[in-house]
Design a protein around this ligand. Structure first.
Ligand SMILES: [Zn+2]
Length: 168
């Protein structure tokens, strides 16, 4: 037997009445989101403590409750692309700087071996930032809806949905 939803509220009407249109993308909002990510904080709320270990995010933000993978199993595949781009940019900046500072006789061998070491260490060091950066890009382009945050459903509807889940 299914629990009955409150008569004044169905899933559809509750979502319609409780979900304002997503926030518009603007530069101030984007800067705020990326500033939070650079400090390894939740891009949605700015709260800290989102990492369980230096390389592993908690399942949910301990402050706002946002699921860090936003409900998708392969969510963090984009992290690798962000990490690759970040490390390539760091390498390009360091390479250019060393060549300019040592011109006309750049240390090519040092650049070759140092670059390889920099790429390996950079990939490890940038990984946590890439992970939160990927989440920040997603939050910027696909703003968090109220349904993604706990405690945002109309309380009687939330209770009815919990009952349904328990009965399955
Ligand atoms: Zn949060």
């Amino acid at each position: 037997m299914h629990a009955r939803l409150p008569t004044s509220c169905s899933v559809e009407t509750c979502r319609m009445t409780q979900s304002p249109p997503p926030a518009e993308l603007d530069s101030r909002r984007a800067v705020g989101i990326f500033w939070r990510a650079l400090r390894l904080r939740c891009p949605n709320c700015g709260g800290g403590g989102i990492f369980r270990t230096p390389f592993e995010l908690r399942p949910d933000c301990p402050n706002c409750g946002l699921e860090m993978d936003r409900g998708e199993d392969d969510y963090f595949l984009g992290t690798y692309a962000v990490n690759l781009v970040a490390v390539e940019l760091i390498f390009a900046a360091m390479f250019t700087l060393v060549v300019i500072l040592t011109w006309p006789d750049p240390p090519w061998a040092a650049l070759q071996y140092g670059g390889a070491i920099l790429m390996i260490l950079g990939a490890v060091a940038c990984y946590p930032f890439a992970k939160v950066g990927w989440l920040a890009i997603d939050v910027m382009l696909r703003p968090v809806s109220r349904q993604e945050l706990p405690g945002e459903l109309h309380p009687p509807l939330a209770a009815a949905l919990r009952d349904r889940v328990r009965q399955k």
